[in-house]
Design a protein around this ligand. Sequence first.
Ligand SMILES: Nc1ncnc2c1ncn2[C@@H]1O[C@H](COP(=O)(O)OP(=O)(O)O)[C@@H](O)[C@H]1O
Ligand SMILES: [Mg+2]
Length: 286
Amino acid sequence: MSMRSVLRDSATAPVPTASAAGTSPRPAAIGIDVEDLDIYYGDVHAVRGVTLAIPAQSVTAVIGPSGCGKSTFLRSLNRMHEVARGARVEGTVRVDGRDLYAPGVDPVLVRREIGMVFQRPNPFPTMSIRDNVLAGVRLNGGRLKKDEAEAIVERSLRGANLWDEVKDRLNRPGAGLSGGQQQRLCIARAIAVEPQVLLMDEPCSALDPISTSAIEDLIGQLKDSYTIVIVTHNMQQAARVSDETAFFNLAGVGEPGQLVESGPTTKIFSNPDNPSTEAYITGRFG
Ligand SMILES: Nc1ncnc2c1ncn2[C@@H]1O[C@H](COP(=O)(O)OP(=O)(O)O)[C@@H](O)[C@H]1O
Ligand SMILES: [Mg+2]
């Protein structure tokens, strides 16, 4: 079974190729439908009853106070959650209409199709910049010809706005880059496999303002091709980069996190329905 057939019907959707630098036509990115999702760590009920439609080719920000389950929720969208001990979910996550948790769906393939970028940039430190970009592609089992590999490296680094800064040192280790460059390298690695969805968990929280601004610009460009879900604790960032915002909160100490409300970012930030949303956004708690 090919990687893409996990989420996409190959009879109706052409498989994009990674052969042409920057020019390969892509099918429209796919949206995510979450229905009545409960997420557990053993006996700990971390997230309760989330129903949320995440539109394709847009940026959805997930905001809320620490511990309300933002990271847990994000990891449930590419089956990373179940890596934790005793972890399980109840409910439905549909990606492009397909149930991510249906029997027979291979979580390893799902994780390759739905890319993730973490809080701390995590390039392979001793691996060259070029090999970092290709790491995911090689994991997928592709034996690449040299010119194919070079095309993927250039396309991905251009896509991550890093090409001009590193094109003359592709053989140098990833660890030699600044934090902001490392994070863009991780984004290049994530997009090298042409995922449909990019999940980002506080991708700028370890970065300085200039690198943060570079990543935010990049997110704005990437949404033309990808469905992006970003967890951020920075309200200005959520307002700047996202089209939709989902506000999570804890009903009480020891209670699971819940989705309080979601909608267009302009509405959530200017005229939310729930008083706790407004209190959080204006900095009165969290
Ligand atoms: N590996 C884990 N095992 C048990 N509980 C966890 C684990 N990871 C997170 N939790 C719990 O799940 C809840 C949500 O955590 P998390 O998703 O990290 O919140 P956020 O990202 O919003 O800060 C918290 O109560 C946290 O303690
Ligand atoms: Mg978190």
